[in-house]
Design a protein around this ligand. Structure first.
Ligand code: PLP
Length: 320
């Protein structure tokens, strides 16, 4: 029996066209993905709007999902249109007003050699109410630890893909940061510059200019990141996609994480633990509080995702 204690509002999940009770399991312990992380996933949010629940940038998430599937050489058993409709169906079936939505494509049960030659590719989708990813206190800003392990490099794997196995590195670093008393981790890339968080992109603000790094810095091309760049530019901020050095992060007026789970969360303190032999240097970012630019962008983002700004309604897929 699987309880939904950490999945509030989850009643049923969808697996290959059928709904199952949340408490029921439908696949075998020898499924390939469970052993090798041979799966790909998306993290999507739906928000409560005046016209009912709406999914934020759903077609873009599905495009990325299918790109990730192609990287791990999967043929999706469902088309883009079918996945889109299934996501809407999952929202309706669970009666959710707002949700975090998790589609997963995985190599299922067949053989356990590293090459999944006898394993079918299966799709499942779950959804539940997921509040602030880094906890309610994150509204006051979070602390982050630059961890010693460098982010997987884009020359090693296509970092535009959200492959299950890559997230082992995210989990280890997230645990390490929390073990040392920080809210979240930050990775440097192999070049020694700032890459991203375990599940977040990073922005810095300096002199009113809003900057994030590009995919050649070994980061996921986040959909929240792309949206925020557009929102900032539309509000008259200068925006840049350029590498971010550690010095720039420490010297920034403001810094924040973006991502579907974390939405937009201010980073107010950073510790450099990238070289465990030399001890940790720790500093506040700006004045150690969520900054003005962050607060403006966060408010704008909230209005947009909840359907209050007609210009950006094109980013919403209504569930009903
Ligand atoms: C490693 C990583 N970077 C960045 C992001 C932010 O991406 P998005 O805004 O598309 O959720 C995510 C979350 O999906 C992620 O897992």
């Amino acid at each position: 029996m699987f309880l939904n204690t950490h999945f509030p509002g989850a009643r049923k999940y969808w697996h290959m066209g059928t709904f199952y009770d949340w408490s029921e399991a439908t696949f075998h312990p020898m499924s390939h993905a469970l052993h090798y992380g041979t799966c790909t996933f998306e993290g999507i949010r739906a928000y409560d709007t005046a016209r009912g629940p709406a999914v934020f940038r759903l077609p873009e998430h599905i495009d990325r999902f299918l790109h990730s599937a192609s990287v791990i050489k999967m043929t999706s058993p469902y088309s883009k249109g079918e996945i889109l409709e299934s996501v809407r169906l999952v929202m309706r079936e669970n009666g959710l007003k707002s949700a975090y939505i998790r589609p997963l494509l995985f190599y299922s049960y067949g053989n356990l050699g590293l090459v999944p030659k006898a394993c079918p590719v299966e799709l499942l989708i779950g959804a539940w109410e997921w509040g602030a990813y880094l906890g309610e206190k994150a509204a006051e800003g979070v602390s982050a630890l630059i961890v010693p392990h460098r982010r997987v490099h884009h020359s090693q794997l296509d970092m535009r893909a959200k492959l299950g196995g890559i997230y082992v590195q995210s989990t280890i670093s997230g645990l390490e940061a929390r073990a040392q008393g920080y809210d979240e981790a930050i990775f440097l890339n192999l070049e020694g510059r700032v890459a991203e968080g375990p599940g977040e992109n990073i922005f810095v603000v300096k002199g009113g200019s809003v900057k994030t790094n590009g995919i050649e810095e070994s980061v996921l091309e986040g959909i929240t990141r792309t949206s925020l760049l557009q929102i900032a530019a539309d509000r008259g901020f200068r925006t840049e996609i350029e590498p971010i050095t550690k010095e720039e992060l420490f010297g920034a007026d403001e810094a924040f994480f973006t991502g579907t789970a974390v939405e937009i969360t201010s980073i107010v303190r950073v510790a450099d633990g990238s070289n465990p032999k030399s001890g940790k240097m720790e500093r506040s970012i700006g004045d150690g509080k969520p900054g003005k630019v962050f607060l403006e962008l966060k408010a704008a983002f909230k209005d947009i995702v909840t359907g209050k700004v007609p210009k950006y309604e094109k980013w919403l897929t209504y569930v009903r």
